[in-house]
Design a protein around this ligand. Structure first.
Ligand code: HEM
Length: 125
């Protein structure tokens, strides 16, 4: 029961975080002012916190630990890269082209994280 709840929470947050990231990227191109709305600054952090909380819950309940399970270690490294490219896109970079490049790279990393989770192997095969 707890496992199912955590898994559903984790997967819902995965969808939500991607949708928010996608929307913020579209605004970056079309309507940068929308990015400074208060809820846009808060909601993604809330979703990411729940995503991480459910991830920790799943690690504990399934007893699959990063360091022991290569796919989880790689997932965490890829998550750090995803966050870094997200920061480049939305905070650090100033030029539109570089921000866009960082936003697209972050999404490719996100897709990789999902594929690693589904295949449970870093090489995806
Ligand atoms: C952007 C970040 C993340 C994404 C997109 C993501 C995606 C996913 C997906 C799609 C699954 C389902 C796999 C399946 O049912 O076959 C999953 C499961 C899982 N995730 Fe994440 N995840 C993320 C972050 C994390 C983090 C940081 C951890 C902790 C190290 C983590 C731990 C787990 C675990 C342990 C499972 C498997 C639970 C089981 O055996 O059923 N996830 N993740």
């Amino acid at each position: 029961m707890l496992y199912t709840t955590l898994k559903i929470t984790h997967l819902t947050c995965v969808l939500l975080t991607y949708f928010l990231f996608l929307t913020r990227g579209v605004w970056l191109v079309r309507d940068p002012q929308a990015l400074s709305k208060p809820w846009v600054r808060v909601v993604p952090h809330l979703v990411d916190t729940v995503l991480l909380g459910s991830a920790i819950g799943l690690v504990l309940i399934t007893r699959q630990y990063p360091g022991e399970q290569v796919w989880l270690t790689v997932k965490i490294i890829a998550l750090v890269l995803y966050i870094a490219f997200g920061l480049l896109a939305f905070r650090v970079c100033r030029k539109r082209a570089t921000r866009l490049a960082a936003w697209i790279t972050a999404q490719l990393i996100f897709v990789y994280i999902v594929l690693v989770a589904l295949t449970r192997t870093p090489l995806l095969i």
